[in-house]
Design a protein. Structure first.
Length: 245
């Protein structure tokens, strides 16, 4: 009888320990979710312009969708750390456009911007670059290489000059990079960025691409883009190729 009591006590202790572990696991806090916010801004209207009535959605979470008010602002909640977020803007006056793809870190993602272009400006830029956009089989990709601490919210030029851009997987030279000159006009003869900082690739095959910038004694963030047919992908400041050092 004494042996039986000892065995039962041991089993009871083990069961209690197991329950204690399960309880501790159950009570462990879930990772904090984060928000993504920013503004819809017209390409030709400077930092004070805003786009009302634009439908903003999240490519990876199509159920997340809203329409901007007069201030052009948007905000989405409920993103887990490590998840990817690509925002899409639809508006009858502007070409279909999406942002670069951001990975949620350990804080809210703020000041994500669209530099939306009207249909007329889109056509004009295509003519200057000398391409006919293939809206069924390719996308157009663009970003801005910005100086440390600068963004689209700042007045005047905010680009980092003398930077060369590469893309992975690589593309034929005929597709880019095409750099914008200081007058914000794409110029095929340029071999590096101007103080405007703009750079594009035209008629890019669908896929996922990573952009990098190179300049002596400088460091830049990388940019990921998800190219989809008929879409203008613009990693707009401050989430483009931003100089960090």
């Amino acid at each position: 009888m004494a042996m039986k009591i000892v065995v039962l006590a041991l089993l009871g202790g083990l069961a209690g320990a197991s329950l204690g572990c399960a309880s501790e696991e159950t009570l462990a806090p879930a990772p904090r979710q984060h928000s993504v916010s920013g503004d819809a801004i017209p390409f030709d209207n400077g930092p004070d312009g805003r786009i009302a009535g634009a439908t903003i959605s999240v490519l990876e979470h199509p159920e997340k969708k809203l329409v901007t008010g007069a201030d052009g602002h948007f905000e989405f909640d409920g993103f887990d750390p490590g998840s990817e977020v690509t925002l899409v803007l639809e508006h009858p006056d502007y070409h279909l456009i999406q942002t670069g793809t951001q990975t949620i870190g350990d804080a809210d993602l703020e000041r994500v911007t669209f530099q939306a272009v009207s249909h007329d400006i889109y056509a004009a830029l295509a003519g200057i670059v000398g391409v006919v956009p293939d809206e069924t089989g390719s996308c157009q990709m663009v970003t801005t290489i910005t100086r440390i601490g600068k963004s689209i919210y700042d007045e005047g030029a905010h680009g980092e000059p003398a930077v060369t851009v590469a893309i992975d997987p690589p593309l034929p030279a005929a597709l880019g990079p095409v750099y914008f000159n200081a007058a914000v006009v794409p110029e095929r003869d340029l071999t590096q960025s101007s103080p405007d900082g703009g750079v594009l690739f035209a008629n890019v095959p669908p896929g996922e691409y990573t952009w990098t910038g190179t300049k002596a004694s400088a460091e830049f963030t990388t940019v990921k883009m998800k190219c989809r047919p008929g879409v203008l992908v613009n990693a707009s400041p401050p989430h483009g190729l931003q100089r960090t050092k």
